[in-house]
Design a binder for this molecule. Structure first.
Ligand code: NAD
Ligand code: ZN
Ligand code: ZN
Length: 344
């Protein structure tokens, strides 16, 4: 089969011919319905050799859903033909984190590793999933629409859910960067919390999308953004700031927009930094970075989508257009989430 693969560090992925292996014991072969195009892949392309624990080559696509094609010996929980979402972080299944379904924080697997992240992912007609434990039944959702729920949906769901205790009626949540993930974050915040949601972005189109998805206010991310957010929060700052970009500029804006006792959560992987010092951040602000969410949380995200509380805005593209789609993501011209559909 044709697969879009990372073959060299600090280079664009390439189309390669790959043999399709039969599923071994415990494994499941999934026919890919949709493989979402995530900005993390652009970061992966930029990393030098040795920065990530990934052996090359591997097939891109860490945001996948499709249909069970064949199961290996011993697999009883899923049937061929069943529509499933693929949980992307493949943990050991036995450590304390995996035992509660938090494979995203597995204590034994290499960091940040899974299908499409160091192991073969969904930018091919099929992908092998090591265990049925990583498959979540779609129960009526279209795989092409569901694919972004497994990363853009799940990552932002986890980041919001862990901070619900600080979001009361009258609270404010700020989402910096409302692209693929940020537009999901806005919807998850509106679905789970009573907070007023302010979207921040450099792009007027992204801000308009965030508004249409429920953001209560929008702020252009320019030199005046900090003052604008201070004014909108009555000088106090926001209870939750989600930085879904992660540059020096957005982290500094995040600190200035945070409130005493609030949460400042870093989701974006642009590689920026800010100073953590006693006078430099609001007192008792809780700083955290997050990575994905757990398997139970993926199931909760699927339920929200079936209940129409959140929706993906998938723009579909054939596999052959993957290079152009990544270029558009780099240029900021993907409206929400691009999804590759290798099987049409
Ligand atoms: P995207 O390209 O779809 O969206 C990024 C958005 O940020 C765009 O709308 C862009 O206009 C906006 N932006 C850029 N610079 C900005 C600035 N200075 N101020 C405000 N907005 C700005 O990307 P995405 O796929 O949504 O991914 C967002 C980030 O999240 C990436 O860094 C990605 O690697 C990361 N990510 C993290 C996890 C995790 O588990 N932590 C999971 C998936 C993605
Ligand atoms: Zn991703
Ligand atoms: Zn584990």
């Amino acid at each position: 089969m044709k697969a879009y693969r990372m073959t060299k560090w600090q280079a664009e992925p390439e189309f390669c011919d790959v043999d399709l292996r039969e599923p071994g014991p415990g494994e499941v072969l999934v026919k890919v319905g949709g493989a979402g195009v995530c900005h993390s892949d652009l970061h992966v392309m930029e990393y030098p050799d040795g920065a990530l624990p990934y052996p090359l080559p591997f097939t891109f696509g860490h945001e996948n859903a499709g249909w069970v094609e064949r199961v290996g010996p011993g697999v009883r929980d899923v049937e061929p033909g069943e529509a499933v979402a693929v949980y992307a972080v493949w943990g050991c299944g036995r450590c304390p984190q995996c035992l509660v379904g938090a494979d995203n924080y597995c204590e034994n697997a290499p960091l940040f590793s899974g299908g499409g992240l160091g192991l073969d992912g969904g930018m091919a007609s099929h992908m092998l999933v090591p265990s049925a434990r990583f498959l979540c039944p779609l129960k009526g959702l279209d795989p092409r629409e569901a694919a972004p729920l497994t990363d853009a949906g799940l990552t932002t769901y986890h980041a919001v859910k862990r901070s619900l205790s600080v979001l009361q009626p009258g609270s404010t949540a700020v989402v910096i960067g409302v692209g693929g993930l940020g537009q999901m974050a806005v919807q998850v915040l509106k679905a789970l919390s009573p907070a007023r949601v302010i979207a921040v972005d450099v792009s007027a189109e992204k801000l308009a999308s965030a508004k249409a998805l429920g953001a209560d206010a929008t702020v252009v991310s320019d030199a005046g953004a900090g003052a604008h957010l201070t004014e909108l929060t009555g000088g106090k700052g926001a209870e939750l700031v989600l930085d879904v970009v992660g540059s020096d500029a957005t982290l500094q804006l995040g600190v200035s927009a945070s409130r005493r006792l609030g949460h400042l959560t870093l989701v974006g992987i642009a590689g920026g930094s800010t100073t953590f010092s006693y006078m430099g951040v609001p007192t008792e602000v809780a700083l955290a970075s997050t990575f994905y969410g757990s398997i139970p949380e993926l199931n909760e995200v699927m339920t929200l989508a079936r209940d129409r509380k959140i929706k993906t805005q998938a723009q579909l593209f054939p596999l052959e257009q993957a290079p152009q789609v990544y270029q558009r993501l780099r240029e900021g011209t993907i409206r929400s989430r691009a999804v590759i559909t290798p099987n049409g």
